[in-house]
Design a protein around this ligand. Structure first.
Ligand code: NDP
Length: 285
């Protein structure tokens, strides 16, 4: 019988990376699909990024994820970027196209898939309030604009970061974005259909932290979503559930960005249930 011991390689480069759970769900998916693939979780600092990408090429890796602090810096080392990554200005997934490495961004698409598939909401024509102006916020805002939201208010503590994000995305997408500075308690308006926390407030280990927002005006059908996935039930989502509001946790975004990555790399339909269960088990959910 012919034997093939060669494994196909993918992975993630980042710093710090030891608490990144993506490998757990990708390896579970490879096993479920009978693929001899490995997902390597690799600590790489900024000074080693160029060499690490040369390593990705030398090893013939099928793809790579990028996390903090490489999502923007990696673009200089790639052969091209896809449409979403270009609009967002950041790459979280690299795919191989022959000898070329092409950057994609699946974070915002992962969020959007969760909104559609898990929360059963079509963002077209919806009014959105988005907290935060970092990488996750940019990815989420870009995909929501591409999905046809009618209004997107970016609320951020730092004026410069928030205004720059809105100016960049208005230029690249021509979308209906505006900025509001976050001072004191932010009262989420009654006309918001979707409220998203894309800041890192509430992220482990600061699990008792909660964005300073007032949800008392929010309608009963307004979806409250959190990009923070650890813990899955953040204090914000708990507060929303206590008000009987529909919620969407950051695990959903994390699973679907991985699902999309798996499908980009392997060309196969991802075993979504297996991936979600593996992540929940890993994070103790
Ligand atoms: P960034 O560091 O790029 O941005 C952080 C954002 O949070 C900024 O807008 C910052 O505001 C704001 N912020 C942080 N602390 C505070 C505070 N105390 N008060 C007010 N604002 C604050 O991070 P990312 O965008 O990369 O990540 C944001 C979150 O999204 C993280 O929790 C990350 O884990 C999560 N994430 C989840 C993913 C998923 O798949 N579920 C994927 C990617 C990220 P300012 O500009 O004023 O500093």
């Amino acid at each position: 019988m012919a034997t093939d011991y060669k494994a196909e390689l993918v992975g993630v480069l980042g710093q710090p990376v030891s608490e990144n759970p993506t490998g757990v769900m990708q390896e579970a998916a490879f096993a479920a699909c009978g693929l001899n693939w490995r997902y390597l979780t690799i600590e790489v600092g900024p000074a080693q990024l160029a060499e690490a990408i040369r390593g990705v090429r030398a090893f013939g890796m099928r793809g790579i994820n990028l996390t903090i602090p490489h999502k923007v810096a990696v673009i200089a080392h790639l052969d091209g970027v896809g449409e979403s990554a270009k609009l967002i200005g950041a790459v979280n997934t690299v795919r191989r196209d022959g000898d070329k490495l092409i950057g994609e961004n699946t974070d915002g698409q992962g969020f959007l898939r969760g909104v559609r598939q898990d929360a059963k909401i079509d963002p077209m024509g919806k009014r959105v309030v988005l907290l935060g102006a970092g990488g996750a916020a940019r990815a989420i805002a870009t995909e929501l604009v591409l999905a046809g939201v009618s209004d997107l208010v970016v609320v951020n503590r730092s004026v410069e970061r928030g205004e720059t994000m809105v100016a960049d995305l208005r230029k690249s997408t021509n979308g209906p974005l505006r900025f509001e500075q976050w001072v004191g308690t932010y009262k989420v308006p009654a006309d918001a259909d979707l409220f998203v926390n894309a800041t890192s407030i509430g992220l482990y280990p600061n699990v008792d932290a909660m964005p300073d927002v007032d949800l008392s005006d929010v309608r009963k059908d307004t979806l409250v979503a959190d990009a923070v996935f650890n813990p899955a039930e953040t204090r914000l989502l708990k507060a929303a559930r206590d008000l009987d509001l529909p919620t969407l946790d950051g695990l959903s975004m994390l699973v679907y960005q991985g699902v999309i990555g798996f499908e980009i790399w392997t060309g196969l339909k991802a075993p979504e249930g297996v991936m979600k269960q593996a992540l929940q088990d890993a994070l103790g959910g």
